[in-house]
Design a binder for this molecule. Structure first.
Ligand SMILES: NC(=O)C1=CN([C@@H]2O[C@H](COP(=O)(O)OP(=O)(O)OC[C@H]3O[C@@H](n4cnc5c(N)ncnc54)[C@H](OP(=O)(O)O)[C@@H]3O)[C@@H](O)[C@H]2O)C=CC1
Ligand SMILES: O=C(O)C1=N[C@H](C(=O)O)C[C@H](O)C1
Length: 247
């Protein structure tokens, strides 16, 4: 049984992820961390009865009251950095989905995980769709080169970071410049990414749209099911490939 502390459980993504995880037999959310929601009951928050599991203002106070193995974060960059460092120092494995962390923050968390010999994944997208899209984007690059490739992303207007973590990830994977990214904020979009080859006489696109955030919960569930004892991963595709090669 994996005992989870989750930060961001009141948010758009955290709530959807928690709703996927609570249906699993082999893991349990034993505590959560939130800034404005400390004190709330997790069971009630997720639309059920009180389960006497609560949201705490920070990781140390959550761990004072509960034993946990894994820390999951879908919050905001500074909160993610602070709480993940604290969780790693307490010997927890870490799954960070929060985007917008600086390279230095990511490396600081990764270094700590290595020192503690813990497992960690810090990745901007936990959907299989984006993992597959990297592969497809690489095919486009192989056939057409990078010159005329664009990455288009559309997200909801409340999203804090721009471009999205995923767009930046795709840009790096395809070895493009940041100018290749076109970011749009559209009220109704949950998450849309497209890799587009556009030339004078032809267009070819690969696109992926998430219409329900539970998709990210399925990705987190896959990580929890297959988590090794240690090792740090910076994207979901590398993790999937590592795990599937071992099977
Ligand atoms: N890797 C992936 O697959 C995905 C990543 N994301 C990323 O997840 C992050 C969250 O997105 P979204 O769900 O839309 O955000 P929301 O704004 O809907 O939710 C943010 C959550 O973070 C919590 N929070 C904010 N500040 C703190 C803090 N200082 N300490 C603890 N908790 C805090 C809030 O809780 P409270 O108000 O109680 O403090 C809230 O629950 C973003 O970075 C987004 O890009 C999103 C989807 C998929
Ligand atoms: O904020 C979001 O919504 C999302 N954020 C991640 C990102 O920045 O790429 C992942 C997904 O696109 C949804």
């Amino acid at each position: 049984m994996k005992r989870i502390v989750m930060a961001g459980i009141t948010g758009r993504t955290g709530k959807a992820v928690a709703n996927v995880l609570r249906r699993l037999d082999d893991c349990q959310i034993v505590a959560a961390v939130g800034k404005n929601s400390a004190g709330r009951d997790i069971g009630e928050l997720l639309g059920g009865k009180s389960n006497f599991r609560y949201i705490y203002p920070d990781v140390p106070s959550a761990l004072e009251k509960t034993d946990a193995d894994v820390y999951i974060d879908f919050t905001a960059p500074d909160a993610a950095q602070k709480n993940a460092v604290s969780a790693a120092k307490h010997g927890l494995d870490i799954i960070i989905g929060t985007t917008g962390l600086t390279k230095e923050s990511v490396e600081c968390i990764a270094e700590l995980l290595r020192e503690e010999n813990r497992f960690g994944i810090i990745a901007s997208n936990f959907s299989i769709g984006i993992a597959a899209m990297v592969k497809m984007g690489n095919i486009l690059r192989e056939y057409y080169g990078g010159e005329e490739l664009q990455i288009i992303e559309k997200h909801h207007t409340s999203k804090r970071d721009c471009p999205s973590g995923t767009a930046l990830y795709l840009q790096q994977q395809l070895d493009l410049t940041e100018d290749a990214i076109i970011a749009k904020r559209v009220a109704e979009k949950a998450s849309y990414h497209e890799i587009k080859f556009a030339a004078k006489n032809e267009n070819l696109s690969v696109s992926y749209e998430v219409t329900g955030r539970e998709v990210f919960g399925e990705g987190v569930a896959y990580i929890l099911r297959n988590m090794p004892n240690s090792g740090v991963y910076y994207d979901f595709l590398s993790f999937i490939e590592h795990i599937e090669k071992r099977k």
